[in-house]
Design a protein around this ligand. Structure first.
Ligand code: SF4
Length: 103
């Protein structure tokens, strides 16, 4: 059983987008969430790793913190995801291709 990720906290992020209406709709976020959930469960049942290493998660977060789409709420304005969680998921990817899926 993999160790649950420690939430990475940060004060970084732009002030530009912080209204809920700036983020993708719940429908779009729900479809994306369901897709990733499916991939996570499939990997889990195949006995494969579903989380990246702590270093990989930190590297991803550093990229997000320097990104113009990263908000004070620690959410990506493109996907609406809370990045302190998403950075730990192996199959997660950046919608702007700033960091890749980890294989
Ligand atoms: S996931 Fe990509 S686009 Fe979103 S905040 Fe991080 S680096 Fe920026």
């Amino acid at each position: 059983m993999e160790e649950l990720p420690k939430i990475i906290d940060t004060e970084e992020g732009c002030d530009e987008f912080c209204d809920e209406s700036d983020f993708p709709s719940f429908k779009i976020m729900g479809i994306d969430f369901a897709k990733h959930l499916f991939l996570i469960f499939r990997k889990f049942f195949l006995g494969k790793k579903i989380l990246v290493t702590k270093q990989q998660a930190r590297d991803r977060m550093k990229i997000c913190e320097g990104c113009e789409f990263f908000t004070k709420k620690k959410r990506c304005i493109h996907c609406g995801c809370y990045m302190q969680y998403k950075i730990h998921i192996k199959d997660a990817d950046c919608p702007e291709d700033k960091w890749p899926i980890s294989h």
